[in-house]
Design a binder for this molecule. Structure first.
Ligand code: 5GP
Length: 113
């Protein structure tokens, strides 16, 4: 069965997709936790970072470089931003399809809840 992000990837459910390339797609989170909150998702279904393999190295690097590029494109380069990957129950993961959260546009606090 497809994950919700595969359905977004395949255009089967609507989302505000702001970028697509050979390795990933990027869309606005449906429940934004900051003025900018987008998800960078690999086209390939890797369930979570803890299950990524050596062969996924190029994809994983691409996700982070894309996060930085999108942050700059969205005007966050100077003010700053955060990238987050939730893994498993204690990590707060809710969708079993690896995704990088990009958050910005307000002062974020630390430690996270
Ligand atoms: P996680 O908790 O797994 O790290 O993050 C999953 C994220 O996906 C959450 O921030 C949630 O708001 C977002 N999300 C879940 N379902 C949808 C959806 O159908 N559309 C969009 N745009 N975001 C979703």
């Amino acid at each position: 069965m497809k994950t919700i992000f595969e359905k977004i990837r395949d255009g089967e459910i609507p989302a505000d997709v702001i970028h697509r390339d050979e390795h990933c797609f990027v869309f606005r989170d449906i429940s934004p936790q900051a003025p900018v909150h987008v998800l960078i998702v690999p086209n390939k279904v890797i369930p979570r970072i803890g299950e990524a393999e050596t062969g996924d190295q190029a994809i994983l690097g691409h996700l982070l470089l894309t996060a930085a590029k999108i942050a700059a494109d969205l005007g966050l380069a100077e003010s700053g931003f955060r990238v987050v990957i939730n893994n498993g129950t204690h990590g707060g993961e809710t969708v079993p399809h690896l995704h990088v959260h990009l958050l910005g546009g307000r002062q974020l606090t630390w430690p996270p809840g």
